[in-house]
Each structure stands twice: as C-alpha cells, then as structure tokens.
Design a protein around this ligand. Structure first.
Ligand code: 5AD
Ligand code: FES
Length: 350
C-alpha cells in the first residue's frame, strides 16, 4: 500500500496529474510518513521553480462592509457584532507609503463585497497608487463584479485579482452560501478576469463544513480548468457569530497536504502560506512554506482596524504594526531556510 502511495506522489510530480482514484488515496491517507514524503517532493518542485524565494504582498483590508452573507464568514452582513469601517483613499495611500518603505512591491487591496466604493472611486484609488509607485503591482480582492467593472479596474492599473471559488461543487457551494449567490456566476467572474488579462488567483477553504474528499478533488479539477496564476487555500476556522459556529475548524495536516498537491500539480503557481495557517498553529506559516508555498501576505492595514476584519476567530497579527509583522515574518521565513525577496514577484510562465 505504502509503495502505491509513493508511486502516486512520484507520478504527480512527473506528470502534474493523476487519476481521481489516486487523488482519493493520497488525500485520504493520513500517515505521517506519507505527508512528509509529499512535502519533500513539493519542496523540491518549489525550489526548482522559485529557489528559496518567498514573495511578500502587503495586504490592505480597506473595508469590512459586506453585502454577502456567506455562512462561514465573520464579516457577513447579518453579523451585527461587527464594527463596520472603511478607509479613505488618503488612508489607503498611507498604508502603501508605509508598505513601500518596508520593501513591499505588491499591494493587495481587499474588502468585503459591497458597492460602497463606486467603480470610479476604485479606479481612482488604483490609478493613484500606480502613479506614485509605478513599479509596484496592485492586486484587487473585492469580490464578484460585472465584467465591465473588472475591465475598468484593469485599465486603471490593477494587474492581479484574487477571488477564491471556495468550493467547486455546486451542492457544497449552496450549503456554504445563501441562495442569492451562485457558483456558476463566481466561476464566470474568474474566467472574465482571466480573459481581460489579469493574473488571477483562486482557491478554496480546507475543512469547511460538509466538505468531502470528493469535493477537494473537484476543487483541483476546477483549478486545472482555470489554470490560475495564484492559488490561495486556508484552513476553515470557526467564527463564533456565524451560523456555522458549531462546526469545528479544519485540519492543519490536510491543509498542508493540499498545498503540496497544488505545488505538484501547478509547479509555477504562486501559493501563499496563509494567515489562517498561522492562526491554527504557531508555526503554521512556516509549515506551509515547507509544504510548497512561496508567498506570504502580511497585514498592512492600520492597527486600529485590524481587529474588525475578523473572518474567523483568533486571527493573528491584529495587535501588531506593519513593521513588526514584516520583521516577524522575515525571521520565521529564514528559520525554515527560505528568504524574502522584495520584488513584484510575478508568476513564472506556465
Ligand atoms: N475560515 C477560513 N477562511 C475564511 N474565509 C472566510 N471566512 C473564513 C473562515 N471562517 C476565507 C474565504 C475568503 C477569504 C478572503 O477568506 O476563503 O475567500
Ligand atoms: Fe504579524 Fe508575526 S506576522 S506578528
């Protein structure tokens, strides 16, 4: 049996693909030896493509106002315990200035999904950042929008977009989201973004309520179809003020395993070691890097709003300053044998 699993890992490395049955065996196997072997193969492929480089993205959570009501998310519109905020253009530019001084060359503007900022305002913010820091990349992560809006943001200078598909299975999607949301539309948004020319990031949560191994395989198959440049996955973490408050947090090992499988399937991809990993384990982000991730996204938001952007309970880094996170991560990354590089960190050609 052990031999078979090792063959599967090897063939995933050699061909970037294996059958659904083989993926099933790999994902559902929980032996420590198999996990370690998988991480080693993923790390080898990561080093072949990206050496020991880790790219940093400065994350600016510019508003927690959200019109969606995803059952898993702490800033869903029905959560009346959230103290809602939004940053002005001036405040966003100040985050970028601080980030630029700290060495960031990518800014990720993330918010809940809302029409609080008009397309014109978003474009103005993007354009102003780009004007001031022409060598920096701007990533938007502001949810589902009409194709025309995506097109306008792109024209203003946004080059990358993050929109996780969350789960590629329709029934599962409908158990995680209210009927007003649809997986088909979300997928359409992703294909629109690609078509416009963005570097696109998608991804899913690991261990979300009702998720099966089959669902995870469907996530991988959808990503094969989309061929994203960036793939963000994180462990599902319970939030006390959501309808899913009684479901437990997902598993660290399974998340690490999925990172390794993604690295083998998408050798070129930019894969972050996410804050969610750092939240469920004190060395979660280090383990994520060792399992094949090559990006970290430290928080650049003003410290006074960080606690208000709680997608899940106990999120880390909500009391720290941007400079502290940068230093902390630098040490963590070096402790596992990688190094931060201060460049835009574009995707290698697929
Ligand atoms: N646990 C983990 N990740 C979550 N996200 C939202 N809520 C949670 C949660 N409770 C993730 C979603 C979203 C991203 C910004 O954060 O995948 O796309
Ligand atoms: Fe924020 Fe370590 S990354 S304190």
């Amino acid at each position: 049996m052990q031999i078979v699993i090792q063959d599967i890992i090897q063939s995933l490395e050699d061909t970037q693909n294996v059958s659904d049955n083989e993926l099933y065996l790999l994902i559902s196997n929980s032996s420590n030896d198999v996990n370690l072997e998988l991480y080693n193969h993923a790390d080898k492929v990561r080093r072949l493509n990206y050496g020991t480089d880790v790219y940093i993205r400065g994350l600016i959570e510019f508003s927690n106002i959200c019109q969606n009501d995803c059952y898993y998310c702490g800033i869903r519109k029905s959560n009346s315990n959230v103290d809602r905020y939004f940053l002005s253009k001036q405040q966003i530019l100040e985050c970028c200035e601080l980030g630029y001084q700290l060495g960031y060359r990518t800014f990720v503007l993330q918010s809940g999904e809302s029409s609080l900022y008009s397309d014109i305002e978003i474009c103005d913010i993007v354009y102003s950042i780009k004007e001031k820091y022409p060598e920096c990349a701007i990533t938007l992560s502001i949810g589902e929008k009409p194709r025309e809006s995506y097109q306008e943001y792109y024209k203003s200078g946004a080059e990358r977009y993050l929109l996780r598909h969350e789960t590629a299975n329709n029934q599962h999607y409908n158990r995680l989201h209210p009927a007003s949301m649809s997986l088909d539309y979300r997928k359409q948004c992703l294909f629109n973004l690609k078509d416009i020319g963005y570097q696109v990031g998608s991804g899913f949560m690991v261990g979300s309520p009702y998720q099966t191994v089959e669902n995870l395989i469907e996530d991988l198959r959808f990503l094969q179809e989309l061929q994203p440049d960036m793939i963000g996955i994180g462990t599902y973490i319970t939030h006390k003020d959501t309808p899913f408050k009684n479901f437990s947090t997902g598993s660290l090992d399974l998340t690490l395993k999925m990172i390794s499988i993604l690295r083998l399937m998408f050798p070129y991809a930019l894969i972050p070691s996410t804050t969610a990993l750092g939240t469920i384990s004190p060395i979660g982000r280090e383990l994520g890097l060792k399992a094949g991730a090559n990006v970290v996204m430290p928080n650049l938001s003003p410290t006074m709003v960080r606690k208000k952007y709680q997608l899940y309970d106990n999120k880390i880094c909500t009391g720290e300053e941007a400079g502290e996170c940068k230093e902390c991560l630098k040490k963590r990354i070096e402790s596992v044998g990688y190094k931060i590089v201060s460049s835009r960190g574009d995707v290698k050609s697929h």
